[in-house]
Design a protein around this ligand. Structure first.
Ligand code: FAD
Length: 391
């Protein structure tokens, strides 16, 4: 006899685990399946920057809610998330100044602590930053970064405490239907039944949707990060910096390292098979990332490269996720396509998934802008910037 659950979640990344925690806390009998292990996919490789700078009210509110969870993680979730409050700076070009100011007004309206900085203020916070080309800089003193692996595992543990079962090393190979509704999954081990299935498969999201006969525009794209050891005199570190002028972001990493990645819409072009792509970093990337870093942080000319890796973004055409029951009434929910900026939103997303499924009362965050049909309706989610990942 197949094991029966109220809800089956496919994927044990941040979205699968936050959803499992919220749903099991709400009283549902939940099972999470991952073909590998918890956080082993892109979540564990995330730069895990937690900023609130978004240009849509909904995503900004989701980021603020999630930051509050990261700040108070032990009490609210239990365990550790490794949140480090380093501050966050967004540096933009003259053409984006008006957009930045509009974003800050929107963010302040909903309670986010953020301000514009003068060059003198910037040097107080990061003396080594080169500022002669800067026209506008936004700063969030409360933002920072977390440890993605600790975070996702703490959520998995919390889900278990609320009664969820987690099956690792168990791949979903088919989604089963009875009439027009899902009825369960078949896996590499056995069959499990449930009237609700949530696709939290990230970069595998389109592939898993296809098992249910659903097409979603989610591409799996290869992205890289590099690490550099800061030279003597710079051990203390710096805030998280999103440098839109040089299309890079960087943050502290333990061991006196600085982690660097790109903010580049062309990353969406590097479509790969999520099961077979180069997981090591290209030599060319170290040169490119290092050069861009030095333009903003000249002292890093003397830094030492200490490696890096490649992982995956799950990118949709508008760089926002799909969070929807597709088709309506089927019991098959898609919660994938977080387009390189999902980690920080994880706590809010878990709550949204639980509220969508329980469908009681007014939701904390209305997920309708993330409906799957927005692409065919010609109503993508739009932001203020051409740097789509900012959201
Ligand atoms: C290098 C990098 C840097 C990033 N930096 C940031 C950042 O600074 N801030 C931020 O907010 N976000 C960042 N992100 C994005 C963020 O990490 C992702 O949006 C988020 O982790 C996605 O989580 P997920 O749960 O949707 O998917 P994933 O972490 O991809 O989890 C999906 C899981 O599904 C499993 N799975 C797939 N198919 C099946 C199947 N058939 N059966 C069972 N299991 C299956 C996989 O094994 C995987 O574990 C970054 C991402 C990367 C790669």
């Amino acid at each position: 006899m197949a094991q029966a659950y109220d809800i089956i979640i496919i994927g044990g990344g941040i979205m699968g685990c936050t959803s499992a925690m919220e749903l099991s806390k709400a009283g549902y009998k939940v099972a999470v399946f991952d073909k590998d292990s918890i956080g082993q996919g892109p979540t564990g490789k995330s730069s895990a920057i937690i900023r609130q700078h978004y240009s849509n009210e909904l995503t900004a509110r989701m980021a603020l809610h999630s930051l509050q969870v990261f700040q108070d993680f032990e009490d609210r979730i239990g365990g550790e998330c490794g949140f480090t409050k380093s501050g966050f700076m967004a540096l933009v070009e003259a053409k984006d100044r008006a957009g930045l100011e509009a974003n800050l007004a929107l963010q302040r309206k909903i309670g986010i602590r953020t301000e514009m900085l003068s060059s003198a203020d910037i040097h107080d916070i990061m003396p080594a930053m080169k500022t002669d080309d800067l026209v506008a800089v936004a700063y969030e003193p409360d933002s920072g970064y977390a440890d993605p692996y600790l975070t996702v595992n703490a959520y998995a543990k919390a889900a278990r405490r609320h009664g969820a079962t987690i099956y690792q090393d168990t791949e979903i190979v088919d989604v089963l239907f009875r009439r027009e509704r899902v009825s369960g999954v078949s896996t590499t081990k056995e069959i499990f039944t449930a009237p609700v299935i949530v696709n939290c498969a990230g970069a595998w999201g389109a592939r898993v949707a296809k098992l249910a006969g659903v097409e979603v525009p989610i591409n799996s794209c290869r992205v890289q990060v590099a690490f550099f050891r800061r030279p003597a005199g710079h051990e203390a570190g710096h805030p998280v910096v999103a440098d839109f002028i040089n299309a890079t972001y960087f943050r502290n990493e333990t061991g006196g390292l600085t982690l660097v990645g790109l903010i580049d819409p062309s990353e969406a072009d590097a479509i790969v098979n999520p099961d077979s792509f180069r997981e090591y970093m290209d030599d060319q990337f170290v040169l490119e990332a290092g050069e861009r870093l030095v333009r903003r942080y000249p002292a890093m000319e003397l830094s030492e490269s200490t490696g890096g890796y490649a992982s995956l973004y799950a990118i949709t055409p508008d760089w926002h996720p799909i969070l929807d029951e597709v088709p309506a009434g089927s019991g098959f929910y898609v919660c994938s396509g977080f387009s390189g900026h999902g980690f920080k939103l994880g706590p809010a997303v878990g709550l949204m998934v639980a509220e969508m499924i329980s469908d009681e009362g007014q939701p904390t965050f209305d997920p309708s802008i993330f409906r799957a049909s927005r692409f065919v309706e010609g109503q993508p989610v739009t932001g203020q910037y051409e740097y789509s990942i900012v959201g």
